[in-house]
Design a protein around this ligand. Sequence first.
Ligand code: COA
Length: 196
Amino acid sequence: MSTPPLSTPRPQTTPAWPLPVSAPAARRVGFALMTEAELDAVCELEKRAYAHPWSLRHFRDSLAAGYPVVLLLGEALPGETVLPGHPGRVLLGYLVAMRGVGEVHLLNITVSPEHRRQGWARFLLDALVLWSRGQGAQQLWLEVREGNAPARALYLSYGFTEVGIRKGYYPNAGRERENAVVMSLRLPGAAEGTDA
Ligand SMILES: CC(C)(COP(=O)(O)OP(=O)(O)OC[C@H]1O[C@@H](n2cnc3c(N)ncnc32)[C@H](O)[C@@H]1OP(=O)(O)O)[C@@H](O)C(=O)NCCC(=O)NCCS
């Protein structure tokens, strides 16, 4: 996970997010682009998912910069907490992406603790790949904490390769810092040898 750069907002047009056919059969799902209305619910999930969560400001900056903040909404099953403003829908997870020249940077991907190991992160990545190809990107990039074993396993199993280390990239408890592993994925259909 990376924090969104605090650059001058550069609004981008965000076409509708394609729905991959690979959804786990557990329930019907759809995507929605986050607005101010869902900020509190997303921040609440973010706090449950990370020891060092993004702040509300990080999500606001992402919106202001035009980065897609994409919510994965599922049909709520009995007993599940419904996302305010979305009757009958539960927030399964979300991702934040930043488009660059010929590449897309995944800034955040999160699945709610109650819905993990059901294939939703893989499904979000499928959607990201489809969207990125639609943007003309040849490569995906991300950073992940060295100690984040579940996320590293997810990315490796998805086909990402580890291409470098950023020393002391993340804050940790106390004054310690944690390394980031930089990972990349060449997108299907991208020409071999093309610079991203
Ligand atoms: C990492 C995260 C997004 C994975 O979400 P998920 O929906 O549970 O992942 P999936 O069910 O799609 O898993 C796909 C594959 O990833 C790997 N994986 C996922 N979680 C894993 C875990 N806890 N341990 C080992 N492998 C794991 C497995 O290979 C898995 O395939 P399998 O279930 O068939 O074995 C989720 O754990 C999460 O939100 N963590 C907190 C936020 C975070 O760290 N985000 C990443 C920031 S870089």
